[in-house]
Design a protein around this ligand. Structure first.
Ligand SMILES: [Fe+2]
Length: 393
């Protein structure tokens, strides 16, 4: 696709700010929702974040809530089907997903099952969604996946040891509520890993072969906000303004890649998650500089331009034009080193505990991943192996 011919679709209403959660009741009333299925996981529940959501609904007498709190770290068909049964048994009419990417993706997948009248999410793999969806509100408790505004839901099929992706504009939540009170207790390591997922969305969206000026604008703004706010937030988790900016960055990066796609970094990350269980944000942090270097021959000028949001105007103007692309990669490496010093976020596959004998299976899976379609440079098995070996240590 020529970047001058594009579509950009992001219908999610974004409600952001220090008190954003307080508008949940109003947003539900706008969607004519009264009987909610609230989906979350145990960690979010134990952190007291569901109490906070319930408090925001105290004045909404006409709204009742049923809770499903058993979402695993990687959204699974069993959890999705169980939550869909709870939705039906309680005659719910809307879904509120409170959590990280796995929980929000579960919310989207439950919406598919209940809207399509199915019993099992896997029955619907590869089929077109035909029925109107139920209202869905996403309240992220991490600032990373951008799932609150994306068109995709990724689940893990444990029987086949693979990730299954559902993608449709219909899956985009109606409302994304970004309230820094929901991310303030996120530990430094998780804050770093999830932010580097958002960073990878922004960078890959900007170099994608489906990039366009509108997704570029979202991507550039997200990279700048992460550069300015991630290290300060890791040093002081209570930095509410910084938390809010990171949430905005993750959301914009999500809107960017939801429209222009991600590439080889995600292809490798999906495969590594499926084969070795490495958390997605950790994988993104590991593969980021290698994926940029791999694409240098195709999109060097674009990678050079990314130095501006990534390093700031001073570094950008001080770097000769023909050195900016390499400087972009160098900055990513420096950023990773800072994060490692502060949080021990793995920089290499070796540090993440991946065994070298797993790499061939990861490479095989990565070259079949849908994300390679959007990567500016074609990728063969040998290319994937070479990338994995570089990322090893
Ligand atoms: Fe991602």
């Amino acid at each position: 696709m020529n970047s001058q011919d594009f579509k950009f679709y992001n219908p999610a209403k974004i409600v952001s700010g220090n008190q954003a959660l307080d508008s949940l009741g109003y947003e539900l009333s706008q969607l004519q929702a009264q009987r909610l299925l609230m989906i979350t996981d145990r960690g979010v529940l134990e952190a007291g974040l569901i109490d906070r959501v319930n408090e925001s609904l105290e004045k909404s007498d006409d709204i009742s809530t049923v809770l499903y709190d058993d979402v695993p770290p990687d959204s699974s068909p069993a959890a999705i089907n169980a939550a869909a049964r709870v939705f039906r048994e309680n005659e719910c009419d809307a879904i509120v997903a409170v959590g990280g990417g796995s929980v929000i993706d579960t919310g989207k997948a439950v919406n598919i099952v209940v809207s399509e009248g199915a019993e099992d999410i896997l029955e619907l793999k590869g089929s077109k969604l035909r029925k109107p969806m139920k209202p869905l509100i996403a309240i992220p408790t991490t600032a990373g996946t951008g799932s609150e505004v994306t068109y995709a839901a990724m689940i893990r099929d444990p029987d086949r040891n693979e990730k299954v992706i559902f993608a449709s504009y219909q899956l985009i939540p109606d409302v994304a509520i970004l309230d820094p009170r929901m991310t303030v207790s996120l530990p430094p390591l998780m804050t770093a890993a999830t932010a580097m997922d958002a960073m990878s969305h922004a960078l890959e969206a900007c170099i994608s072969n489906h990039r366009n000026p509108v997704s570029d604008a979202h991507g550039f703004a997200a990279i700048k906000l992460i550069r300015e706010n991630l290290l300060p937030v890791i040093k002081n988790g209570e930095n509410i303004q910084g938390r809010s900016y990171l949430a905005n960055a993750a959301c914009m990066a999500g809107a960017a890649f939801s429209n222009s796609g991600v590439g080889v970094i995600h292809a490798l990350g999906h495969a590594l998650g499926g084969e070795c269980g490495v958390p997605h944000g950790v994988a993104m942090n590991i593969f980021l500089p290698h994926g940029l270097e791999y694409n240098m021959s195709e999109v060097k000028d674009i990678i050079a331009g990314l130095l501006l949001p990534l390093a700031g105007p001073e570094v950008y103007v001080q770097t000769p034009k023909d050195k900016r692309a390499e400087k972009t990669v160098e900055h990513i490496r420096k950023f990773k080193d800072h994060l490692y010093e502060l949080t021990k976020l793995s920089r290499t596959l070796n540090e993440a505990g991946v065994k070298s004998n797993a790499l061939e299976a990861v490479a095989q899976k990565a070259i079949k991943d849908a994300a390679v379609y959007f990567n500016p440079k074609k990728i063969t098995y040998e290319d994937a192996m070479a990338l994995l070996e570089k990322a090893f240590q």
